[in-house]
Design a protein around this ligand. Structure first.
Ligand SMILES: *Cc1c(COP(=O)(O)O)cnc(C)c1O
Length: 365
């Protein structure tokens, strides 16, 4: 017998708790992936994704797979042997981009930054005279830092700008077209408040024209996927792989929830909650990790106080409050906590709850 699952308050780096509308939609009857009723759901979802991305790209779609599948799709479709990819690294996800890009056979020019700091767009843009791709993470979830993608877009030249918006989509301002993002990928389980399983993906027509024609991944080949989502319509659609129908229905419902509240209102809710959490942590005498002025509202990094056992505090929160917060990453694994205020959790009640629970946990362990 399997153990019954219990409710958790998910205040880590993702997944976050989901909007009730998104969970409810998972229980709808499953439809065939070519059923006209489902194609309507898919079209609605793509339209909603264009709004949260801030793009008119026809090829804006929910890729099957989590955010990392989006990352993989971004690189295998844009670079291969003989191409140069400049990658800005200021945390774990920038590092992962380097690894994914390397496996395509591309030459990776890595531009390192101190963890906890934003990327320096000028240094990144100057790293190579003619890269095919310049890539950066908008919201680095490993460190809680926001970088200026618009500035990088102004400096990219002929390169394609690949952007990771996994922790910014639905929580931070994101204007793919205005900022010059050519290829972007995101995730559902962070600020969008939907379960993990899809990667909201967008690629401009110009970038699509310059894509790798026969990428190493058949599954994530955007040329083949175009026959099903994005460009083909109605009866033109052909089978590529079976769409994860319930997840797409769930994403449609989550997007309707977010767009119904209003993108600006949802972003303001994230901003207010994040700031209140950060102020509260400082009032408790704790030190924030991310550089001031570049802190994400959706994900706060805070230093574990001297003499406090990081893992014991997290275990205490889980046991006594059914609350999850994240450990740090890499060399900061036990010296930093990561606290997410994402999706439905981005509100004042969550802030009060997390601060009180954390204060008790630090006192008791
Ligand atoms: C979570 C995350 C990813 C990876 O997404 P998965 O859904 O875990 O595959 C990539 N980039 C960033 C910035 C993330 O926060």
């Amino acid at each position: 017998m399997s153990r019954p699952l219990t409710f958790r308050h998910l205040f880590g780096p993702g997944p976050s708790n989901c909007y009730p509308e998104a969970i409810e939609a998972l229980g709808h009857p499953v439809l065939g992936h070519l059923d006209p009723l489902f194609l309507e759901v898919l079209d609605n979802t793509c339209a909603g994704l264009r709004q949260v991305w801030g793009t008119n790209n026809a090829r804006t779609l929910p890729l099957s797979g989590t955010g990392s599948a989006g990352m993989e799709a971004a690189f295998v479709n844009t670079v291969g042997a003989g191409d140069v990819a400049v990658v800005a690294v200021n945390g774990l996800f920038g590092e992962r981009m380097c690894e994914v890009a390397r496996r395509t056979g591309a030459e990776v020019v890595r531009v390192d930054h101190e963890w906890g700091q934003p990327i320096d767009p000028e240094r990144v843009a100057a790293a190579h005279p003619n890269p095919k791709v310049i890539a950066a993470v908008h919201a680095e979830t490993s460190t809680g830092v926001r970088s200026d993608i618009a500035a990088l877009g102004r400096l990219k030249g002929d390169a394609l700008l690949v952007t990771d918006a996994v922790t910014s989509i639905g929580g931070l301002e994101l204007l793919a077209d205005d900022w010059g993002i050519d290829v972007g990928y995101a995730g559902t389980q962070k600020c969008l408040g939907v379960a993990p399983g899809l990667s909201p993906f967008t690629i401009s027509d110009a970038a699509f024209e310059r894509r790798v024609k026969d990428p190493q991944s058949w599954y994530l080949d955007l040329g083949l996927l175009g026959g099903y989502v994005g460009t083909a319509g109605g009866s033109q659609r052909t089978y590529h792989h079976t769409a994860p129908v319930p997840m797409i229905a769930s994403l449609q419902a989550g997007l309707a929830r977010v767009l119904g509240e209003g993108l600006d209102a949802v972003r303001a809710r994230h901003a207010t909650a994040g700031l209140a959490l950060q102020d509260g942590l400082e009032e408790m005498g704790l030190d924030l990790f991310a550089a001031e002025g570049f802190r994400l509202p959706s994900l706060t990094t805070v230093r574990v106080p001297e003499g406090v056992d990081s893992a014991a505090v997290r275990a205490y929160l889980l046991k006594n409050f059914s609350m999850e917060i994240g450990a740090g990453v890499g060399q900061f694994a036990s010296s930093v906590w990561r606290i997410g205020m994402m999706g439905p959790n981005a509100n004042n009640a969550s802030v009060v709850f997390v601060l009180a629970a954390l204060k008790e946990a630090i006192a008791k362990v």
